[in-house]
Design a protein around this ligand. Structure first.
Ligand code: GRF
Length: 198
């Protein structure tokens, strides 16, 4: 799992595994920033942590190659981003094709990029939400695995809307991870398609 900060989605995944709602093992938590609450959450749960700072590597490709190396060493078969404030580049995409998930606080393809909740408020939409998607070279543009909508209220602030969306993030991310780990899906065009089970 890759994080940069608070780690509340990481916590929801730790909790889902502990409650046997998610059948998975968190092999390693990697952050590009030191001293963030997410790293402490991982340590508290007894999960291996690594800090890989941008300044330790000469450029983006070198950073991504080092990241892929750490993840391979940990034998992960699915990489989950949660608040990881870096674009994932070619070396990572090549190392984990269709094996990288991200969670984004809007109903994609609306409001990709930074400050999605502020974008939603400024646009005056009546509905926003959370999206779990596979990561591709297109920013927040990969196949959608799961979404959940929430209302945007007249008197919402960035904080109140973010809090409402975060509840949905914590619910759908563990579910989406299970779905992807279970297999029985394929990518058709830009769609994530589940095969009907007989
Ligand atoms: C979440 O809102 C997530 O959707 C976005 O960054 C935030 C991370 O929060 N990509 P946390 O670190 O999981 O608490």
């Amino acid at each position: 799992m890759l994080i940069s900060g608070r780690g509340s989605n990481l916590q929801s995944i730790i909790d889902a595994i502990a409650a046997a709602r998610l059948d998975a093992t968190l092999a390693v938590v990697i952050s590009n920033r030191g001293d963030v609450p997410g790293l402490q959450r991982a340590r508290d749960a007894g999960i291996d942590t690594r800090l890989l700072r941008t300044r330790e590597l000469p450029d983006r490709d070198a950073y991504d190659a080092a990241l892929a190396g750490l993840l391979r060493d940990a034998r992960v078969d699915l990489v989950c981003l949660a608040g990881f404030m870096r674009l994932v580049g070619a070396p990572m995409l090549a190392a984990f094709p269709n094996r990288i998930l991200n969670i984004h606080p809007s109903l994609l393809p609306a409001f990709p990029g930074l400050e999605a909740q502020r974008q939603a408020l400024e646009h005056g939409v009546g509905v926003s939400g959370a999206t779990v998607h596979l990561v591709t070279a297109e920013l927040d543009g990969g196949p959608i695995v799961s979404q959940s909508a929430v209302p945007v209220l007249e008197d919402d602030t960035v904080d109140t809307l973010s809090a409402r969306i975060l509840i949905e993030e914590h619910r759908i991310y563990p579910e989406a991870i299970q779905l992807v780990l279970d297999g029985g899906w394929s990518i058709e065009g830009r769609r994530f398609v589940r095969r009907a089970r007989s």
